[in-house]
Ligand binder design. Structure first.
Ligand SMILES: [Zn+2]
Ligand SMILES: [Zn+2]
Length: 289
C-alpha cells in the first residue's frame, strides 16, 4: 500500500510525541515527503521491459530483478521535483543559505542525467559528500533531497515489479527488486516476524530474525541488539562479524506503517549509538542504552 498524506501526518505526530527532540526535523521531512507524494500522481514507472513469461532463474539465486543504474527514469520529472523540494527548503530555518548550492549541485549532469541522482542509485555516498562540500551544503540535506526526488519514480517502478514476484521465495538480505541494502526492519504479528525495508525502493520482504541480512551470518554469538531506555519499540540489531547494524521498529509497540525516510531520520540517535558500539567486540546481548 502506498503511503498516504494522512499516514505522513500521523507519523509526524507520533514522532513528536515519542521524542520531542525530533519535532522540527519530523515536521520538515514530513512536509518534503508530502510534496513527493503529491508529485507522484504525475509520475510514470521506468519504461523498462517487464514482458518476461517467468522470473529469471538468477532471481531465485539472489540476483535482484532490476539494476537501479539501468533504469531509464524520467530525469526531467525528477529534476523538477528536486527543484520543488529546494523551494520548500527556502521557508525552513537554515534552508535559505543552502538553496544556491543545492541548485548548483543538480546542474552537474552527464547527457541530461544528473550525476548525483546516479550516485544515489549506486549508493555512491562519497560522491555526494564531495559535492556537498564543494557547494557548501549539508550532506544529509543533499542526500535527502536527491532520495526524495527519485522516490516517486522508484516506488512506482517497484510496485509495478512486485506484482510479478513471489516475495516469500526470496531468502536474501538485499532487496529482491533493486538489490539495495535494507534501511530499516520491523517486527510484527505474533512472535514478531521480521520484515526488511529497502533503502532505495522501499520494497518490504521478510527475513529471519536471528540472521544478519548483510553477511547472512546466523551464529547467535555474533548477533546482539541495543535498545533505548524509555523508548519502547525501538532497537538496533548488530552483527559483530561484518560490523553492520539495522534499526528496528517493533510494530507491536509502535503504530505503523513504517515510512522509511521519516522513521530513518527520527532514529538518528540510534545510528550514533550503533556506530559507537559496533567496534566494541564485547557487545553483550540486549544491552540497554
Ligand atoms: Zn529496493
Ligand atoms: Zn553481518
Amino acid at each position: 500500500m502506498p503511503i498516504s498524506l494522512e499516514d505522513i501526518t500521523a507519523k509526524v505526530q507520533t514522532i513528536k510525541n515519542r521524542n520531542p527532540v525530533y519535532a522540527d526535523l519530523a515536521q520538515w521531512v514530513g512536509e518534503l515527503l508530502s510534496t513527493t507524494v503529491k508529485a507522484s500522481e504525475n509520475f510514470r514507472p521506468s519504461d523498462m521491459k517487464l514482458d518476461f513469461d517467468s522470473l529469471p532463474k538468477a532471481w531465485f539465486q539472489g540476483k535482484s530483478l532490476l539494476n537501479p543504474v539501468e533504469l531509464s527514469l524520467d530525469w526531467e520529472q525528477a529534476k523538477d521535483l528536486y527543484k520543488q523540494l529546494v523551494d520548500r527548503i527556502k521557508t525552513m530555518e537554515d534552508g535559505r543559505r543552502q538553496v544556491e548550492g543545492l541548485l548548483k549541485a543538480l546542474a552537474e549532469d552527464h547527457d541530461g542525467i544528473p550525476i548525483l541522482m546516479t550516485a544515489v542509485l549506486t549508493s555512491d555516498f562519497k560522491a555526494i559528500q564531495t559535492t556537498a562540500q564543494k557547494f557548501k551544503v549539508d550532506p544529509p540535506v543533499l542526500t535527502l533531497l536527491l532520495r526524495l526526488s527519485l522516490r516517486p519514480a522508484l516506488l512506482e517502478t517497484a510496485q509495478a515489479v512486485q506484482g510479478l514476484l513471489d516475495l516469500n521465495q526470496w531468502t536474501y538480505g538485499h532487496c529482491p527488486v533493486c538489490g539495495s541494502a535494507p534501511k530499516l526492519a520491523d517486527l510484527s504479528g505474533e512472535g514478531g516476524k521480521r520484515s526488511l525495508h529497502c533503502s532505495l525502493c522501499e520494497t518490504v520482504w521478510t527475513y529471519p530474525r536471528l540472521q544478519c541480512p548483510f553477511c547472512e551470518n546466523d551464529n547467535r554469538k555474533d548477533l546482539s541488539y541495543l535498545r533505548a531506555e524509555n523508548e519502547e519499540g525501538l532497537r538496533v540489531d548488530l552483527c559483530s562479524r561484518c560490523g553492520h547494524y539495522l534499526k528496528t521498529i517493533d510494530l507491536r509497540e509502535l503504530p505503523g506503517p513504517v515510512i522509511v525516510p521519516l522513521d530513518d531520520v527520527a532514529t538518528w540517535h540510534l545510528d550514533l549509538v550503533a556506530q559507537k558500539n559496533i567496534d566494541d567486540s564485547d557487545t553483550t546481548k540486549s544491552r540497554i542504552i
